[in-house]
Design a binder for this molecule. Structure first.
Ligand code: ATP
Ligand code: MG
Length: 240
């Protein structure tokens, strides 16, 4: 294993993965420690979602390994990676539109482990817009409320590491601000968060570090503050 990969939190060590014959990501090395928000940035088709799928086990690795708290989890099935403490909110949000908000939350419940214990009531405090909608069908919610519900449902599984795929996409600015407050709260509670986005408009508010992926390879790593000041890098690699 490469040097300095964390025994605390999530580590990708030279991860490669792809579809059919083609590799979509190559040699991705990245860490996310507890309480840290890392932005994985890149344009359409850069390999962001593929990276999250490889971490979650939805795609077999073609090389490298994924570690959680120093344990290799690359060979484990998806549910076992959730059991290792990883929560995933995919791009398509995957909530049950025919179930109520409360039922969606129940569907995210996993056996309780030591430590943090999310309940529907705590989640309704964190997502105040969802509280009055508790008995409504999720299909009736706005896009922003559905995104909040997808995140809340994943939190019901008490993850220690969150993978968020373009959570701010298509949301009104006021909802993006609400999402930023939630991410900051989760960070304060010690969750690590790997956050995929195409640009820096949301991530500037919440991320500590940024990694930029293009054509399946990491091209840049730096603090979010450094990247915010680096117009040349943002123009070169991001949809600005
Ligand atoms: N199911 C699939 N089958 C074949 N190729 C795929 C599949 N999903 C993604 N790809 C290809 O893999 C590459 C990386 O795609 P990926 O979805 O990871 O990009 P992304 O950075 O998440 O893009 P976006 O911002 O549009 O979500 C692209 O070339 C894409 O066309
Ligand atoms: Mg994607």
């Amino acid at each position: 294993m490469s040097t300095n990969l964390t025994r605390n939190g999530l580590a990708l060590d030279a991860v490669s993965a792809g579809y059919g014959q083609a590799l979509a990501i190559r040699d991705i090395t990245l860490t996310v420690t507890p309480g840290e928000v890392v932005a994985l940035l890149g344009r359409n088709g850069a390999g962001k979602s593929t990276t999250l799928k490889a971490v979650m086990g939805m795609l077999p690795l073609r090389g490298g390994q994924v570690l959680m708290d120093g344990d290799e989890i690359s060979g484990r099935p998806v549910h076992a990676r959730a059991g290792a403490g990883i929560g995933y909110v995919p791009e398509d949000r995957r909530i049950f539109t025919g179930l109520t908000v409360a039922e969606n939350l129940e569907s995210g419940r996993r056996p309780i482990e030591a430590g943090r214990d999310w309940t529907p009531d705590r989640l309704f405090d964190l997502f105040p817009n969802l509280a009055p909608a508790r008995d409504r069908h999720a299909g009736q919610l706005s896009g922003g409320e559905q995104q909040m519900l997808a995140l809340a449902r994943t939190l019901m599984g008490n993850p220690r590491m969150l993978l968020l795929d373009e959570p701010s996409e298509g949301l009104a600015p006021v909802i993006v601000d609400a999402l930023a407050r939630v991410v900051k709260t989760l960070k304060q509670e010690g969750l690590g968060i790997l956050l995929c986005e195409q640009n820096t408009s949301f991530t500037t508010k919440v991320a500590d570090r940024a990694a930029i992926i293009e054509s399946g390879s990491l091209q840049y790593e730096g603090s979010m503050g450094q990247l915010a000041l680096d117009d040349a890098v943002r123009k070169r690699y991001l949809a600005v």
